[in-house]
Design a protein. Structure first.
Length: 386
């Protein structure tokens, strides 16, 4: 095993670093959970696209650079080290993009990947329904075939940033007599199509990124179906694999947080309880271990392997690590941890409280950790169904 970077990878790292140093906005952008902040993040997506950085692993004809997953990890390391903004199109580039690469027809890839890489079309994920969250196979939204079109009806919920996005990829029942995992299809729809109503769900922090989506006889061309009719469950599980096992949470995100945590600890060491030192070290080691594990996954995929049920162990690991890191930071800050961003004395310390609140959602989104444990028990350990 050779863990050294090749000269080509090192040159690539340098190129990314230089471009980001010249382009990353000097001021932190407003949160992408609000319209003004989202617009700023979309402008940043377009800036990235101007340098062909939309998604480096995609072929150049779709706006990528034809690179491999190790180079993507290098890109992500430089991206997080440069303090670059969160990706407004994360649902598109990290979830739908790899799925389209695997299941899309060439003209679907040309149509949808290109505008995703360029930041012209921003995507939301529309899978969950009021009665179909953990139990996603209970999806009730329907897609009725009429000639060359599907007619969509139903109610989706918890769609991140659908209020601001242009398109959504949804799971629909195409076979009306079907039950559970059978008879489902993955279909794209424009969020401004006639019959679509997107309603914001205000969050506890006052932001409005989440949405419910109501669909009433929404007509879309059959071209918008990904894969075969009835293959939706299989495709969604492939998307969930990329989400949980690789792309949604790149290791650099946690390595940067661990570095910030070490700096925070050094600044406050004198006031810290001795147990905090061990928690800081654990956070640092966990972030490094996670990075090595993802490098191993990326190498396996490059060699032709697939992501399987082990994506669930990965998801549990990063979501629990994120909470632990933020809790440690709050312990270091003591009473200062409670200062919100608008407090005059808060400064950059407020990022830890904000990060902590978001980390609490980690065990829920991308499939709750309890469900991941069921998957591990049944598919990795071969235990009987609970
Ligand atoms: C920040 C965030 C962003 C999200 N973004 C999106 C998005 O963009 N698009 C989208 O479609 N959805 C999104 N979701 C929804 C998310 O996928 C669901 O919230 C999640 O799947 C859980 O479903 P639920 O909320 O209906 O909870 P429920 O399914 O009602 O579960 C409630 C609790 O019961 C537990 N539970 C349920 N069934 C079992 C079981 N069989 N065994 C053990 N425990 C069980 C769960 O683990 C959970 O703790 C998002 C959620 C969050 C928090």
């Amino acid at each position: 095993m050779d863990l050294a970077y090749t000269p080509r990878q090192q040159a690539f790292r340098q190129e990314v670093r230089e471009w980001l140093a010249a382009h990353v906005p000097a001021e932190r952008l407003v949160t992408l959970e609000r319209q003004d902040g989202f617009d700023q993040h979309v402008a940043w997506e377009r800036e990235l696209a101007s340098g062909n950085w939309g998604m480096v692993t995609w072929p150049s004809e779709y706006g990528g650079r034809g690179l491999d997953l190790i180079e993507w990890l290098i890109f992500e390391e430089e991206y997080w080290a440069a303090g670059a903004p969160l990706r407004a199109n994360q649902n598109g580039i990290f979830l739908l993009g790899p799925t389209l690469m695997e299941f899309g027809m060439p003209d679907q890839k040309a149509r949808f990947l290109t505008s995703m890489a360029s930041g012209e079309e921003i995507w939301a994920q529309a899978w969950s329904e009021p009665q179909a969250g953990s139990d996603l196979a209970a999806v009730r939204a329907t897609a009725r075939r009429e000639g060359d079109e599907y007619v969509l009806s139903g109610h989706k919920i918890w769609s991140s940033r659908a209020v601001f996005a242009d398109w959504a990829f949804g799971l629909f029942r195409t076979d009306p007599g079907s039950e559970r995992h059978k008879g489902l299809s993955l279909i794209f729809f424009p969020l401004d199509a006639p019959g679509v109503r997107v309603q914001a769900i205000p969050q506890i922090d006052g932001e409005t990124g989440f949405a419910e989506i109501f669909l009433e006889d929404v007509r879309v061309p059959a071209f918008n179906r990904l894969g075969e009719e009835g293959q939706g469950w299989h495709i969604c599980m492939a998307t969930a694999g990329f989400e949980r096992g690789l792309m949604l949470r790149s290791p650099a995100r946690f390595q940067m947080a661990a570095k910030r945590l070490v700096e925070l600890y050094k600044k406050h060491e004198a006031e810290c309880d001795p147990t905090i030192r061990a928690a800081v070290l654990q956070a640092y080691m966990d972030a490094e271990a996670y990075a090595l594990s993802i490098y191993s996954t990326a190498s396996r995929l490059i060699a032709g392997g697939k992501i399987g049920a082990e994506a669930s162990t990965n998801k549990i690991f990063w979501s629990e690590m994120d909470i632990a890191m933020h809790k440690t930071a709050l312990s270091i800050l003591g009473a200062r941890a409670e200062l919100v961003r608008s407090a005059p004395a808060a400064g950059e310390d407020a990022r830890w409280l904000e990060g902590y609140f978001f980390s609490l959602a980690g065990p829920i989104y991308a499939g709750s950790n309890e469900i991941q444990k069921n998957i591990i028990a049944e598919r990795m350990l071969g235990l009987p169904r609970g």
